[in-house]
Structures are given as C-alpha cells and as structure tokens.
Design a protein around this ligand. Structure first.
Ligand code: SAH
Length: 366
C-alpha cells in the first residue's frame, strides 16, 4: 500500500462499510431509524441522551427503556472501535490509544489534558493518501475513509475516560477536538462534517463542544476549504503549509503540485473572512530544509496583516526519515523574523513524542 514519492491518493479503496451507528445520523434520521425498528420516535431522543449525555452505549443500563425496546434499539449502537493498545506519558495526562476497526484497519487517537483544557486528537482516515514525506502516516498510504461514527466514537471514548476520573486531574470533559491524527480530513469531507456536527450540536443531538474548540487541519484541498467555509460551522482551520515557496512545498506537501501556495492562502483568507476565525498556519521546522531566515521572511511577507497565527512545530522524528528538528538558534531566528513582520507565532509544545503520539508520528502498528 506504500506510495511512490509525490503520488497522491484521493479516492479511498472500495471496502465494506462499518455498521450504521446512532452517531452517523442527524436527529431526524435517528427518529426515522427508530421508527423503522418499530419503536416510537421519541425513543431516539432517549437513546441520544444516553449516548451523547451520559456517554453510555450499553442498552442494558438504559432502565428507562422497556426490555424489548432495548433489544431492538441495540442495533443502533454497534461496537465500532476495539482498543488494542494504550500508551500514556506526562503522568497519565497524555494517552494514545490504538484502535482496531471492524475490518481490521488500525487507527490512533490521542487525549491531552492541560491545566485549562482537554484536547482529543482524532483520526479521520485509516492511513492517508497525501504522502507528505516527513509524516509517518503518509508513508503507509490510504487504507480507507472512516465513518462519522468511527470518528465520533474516538471522542466519546475519551469523554468517558474523563468523566470516570480515569485521567489524572479529576473528572473532566473534552473541550477541544483537533483533526490532527491520521488522515486528511478534507479528503473524507462528508463523514468529517457529520462528525463535526455531532461534536458541536448540544445534547441530546451531540456532544455540545464549542465550534471554536474544533480544529480541522488540512494539507490544503482548495475546493473543500471553500465548501467548509459555507457550512456555517465556525471551526478553526489549520493549514499545514510547511514552506512559503512552491518549489519546496511541492516536495514537502505533494498536494502543492495541484494547488499552489498562493491559491491555498487565498482559500484560507476567504475562510477567515467568512467565519471570522483566525487561520492557524502549521509549519514543522525541519533542520536545513525549510528553516532558513529568508523563508521566514518570505512567509512573513505572505501572511502579515492577515487574521492568522503561526504554529511552529519542531519536527518529530519518524522511522526511516533523514530529517530532524531545527537547531534551537535557527528556530529562534525564525520566530524573530515572523515577529518582525508582526505575525503572531508560537512554538508548539509537542506532547507524546515518547509514545510516538506526537504530530506526524501516528503509524498505527501493534
Ligand atoms: N492531514 C492533515 C491532518 C493530520 S497531520 C494535515 O496535514 O494537516 C497534523 C499536523 O501534523 C499537520 O500540520 C502535519 O503537517 C503535522 N506533521 C506531520 N508530520 C509531522 C512531523 N513529523 N513532525 C511535526 N509535525 C508533523
């Protein structure tokens, strides 16, 4: 399944689909699904309350439902994710879970608890077709798209662990979701939008997470960025830029051979104008590859005076890659050049490197 350098895969291989789940459906479709099973439509609300509010998917614990209804309705709550392995670090506040999907495909998600928030980093595809050479996920190619419910279940499982007090820091809630796990979210557009809706809709429709707490990260699929802007979902858009010039970006982010730096930035500014949300530019600093001061300067000129924030990510090592993170002095110079242009910039404190759970390290091996 591994890809040739620069090769792009947009269409996921045809595969059997995961079972339909409550979380795949908007409320009207849930009511219809419940009616099809011969139950009163209001049972959809009860079921939703159990799942999205109490985070319970075990019908036997739903004592407000008659026993016969429980049996029938259980088909709407199939088990989609099986935990295979869990690794923790940072005293238990960072945990990476490897999941097996119904067809054996493997994906990972990462929970990160900070003093003021809890972020779930989720996968949207098993593998990825975008083939960025510095990213571990990109090296394996695309296995398949995930369903809406498979994406939602990652967050529900994290929310459950938090509610049960399993994460150090006392009982808590998921406040942020970032699509920075495996996969290119905008290449699985429909399922990802469904998941975003389930995240942001208030209970019992969804999990009630604030849209500003949800970040969709993309290599820059220009038409899909335009579509996202029209959804009326003011989520944060993160753009994985990694180079300000087409010559280098063509090699680091192969989608650039299709949509150039200027086109993807224009799409980002249009997104910001429409949603009033600040664009987050992701830039992994790779020693002697993209970390020169002149590139910081060029980047600064391209994005100054825009509604933007730059997130510099010291490159996380991936197996077989010859690249490493920038020298500290080059990182500092890069930050200074951007600040000179008045561009807000932070260096991301990357979590989970010790458990191969940091950005670009998710490869889902047992
Ligand atoms: N496909 C999407 C989302 C997944 S990657 C995207 O590319 O945006 C999430 C972030 O991690 C992206 O900004 C990606 O470029 C970055 N990343 C990938 N590999 C990395 C690595 N080895 N070190 C640091 N960041 C990396």
């Amino acid at each position: 399944m591994s890809q040739q350098p620069g090769q792009l895969t947009f269409v996921a291989p045809r595969r059997a689909k995961p079972a339909r789940h409550l979380a795949d459906l908007a409320m009207p479709d849930r009511r219809a699904a419940v009616a099809e099973l011969g139950e009163k439509a209001f049972r959809a609300d009860q079921l939703s309350r159990h799942y999205f509010e109490r985070l319970n998917a075990d019908v036997n614990a739903m004592t407000d439902l008659p026993a016969a209804a429980r049996d029938k309705l259980s088909v709407l709550l199939p088990s989609l994710l099986t935990p295979v392995k869990e690794l923790t670090t940072d005293g238990g506040t960072t945990r990476k879970t490897l999941w097996r999907l119904f067809d054996g495909a493997l994906v990972e998600s990462v929970l990160m608890r900070y003093p003021d928030r809890v972020t779930m980093c989720v996968s949207s595809q098993a593998g990825c077709g975008m083939n960025c050479p510095f990213c571990a996920t990109g090296q394996a190619g695309l296995t398949r798209n995930m369903s809406t419910a498979e994406i939602v279940e990652q967050v529900v499982s994290g929310a459950r662990a938090l509610a049960a007090g399993e994460v150090p820091g006392g009982p808590g809630r998921v406040s942020n979701v970032v699509f920075m796990g495996m996969g290119e979210p905008l290449a699985n557009y429909k399922q990802v939008i469904g998941a975003v809706r389930r995240f942001v809709e208030p209970a019992p429709h969804g999990l009630g997470i604030s849209a500003r707490g949800v970040t969709v990260s993309t290599v820059g699929l220009v038409p899909a960025i335009g579509k996202l802007a029209d959804e009326g979902l003011p989520v944060t858009l993160a753009l994985s830029l990694h180079a300000p010039d087409d010559e280098l970006r063509d090699t680091l982010v192969p989608i650039n051979t299709r949509w150039k730096v200027s086109e993807v930035l224009d799409a980002a500014w249009a997104y910001a104008a429409k949603t009033k949300r600040r664009i987050s530019i992701e830039y992994a600093l790779i020693k002697d590859i993209n970390d020169q001061e002149w590139r910081a300067d060029l980047l600064g000129k391209l994005i100054r005076n825009k509604l933007v924030h730059v997130n510099l990510i010291p490159l996380n090592p991936t197996p077989g890659s010859k690249w490493t993170a920038s020298r500290p002095e080059d990182e500092r110079a890069f930050v200074r050049r951007l600040e000179y242009h008045g561009v807000p910039v932070t260096v991301r404190d990357t979590r989970g490197r010790e458990i191969d759970g940091a950005c670009g390290q998710l490869a889902a091996t047992e």
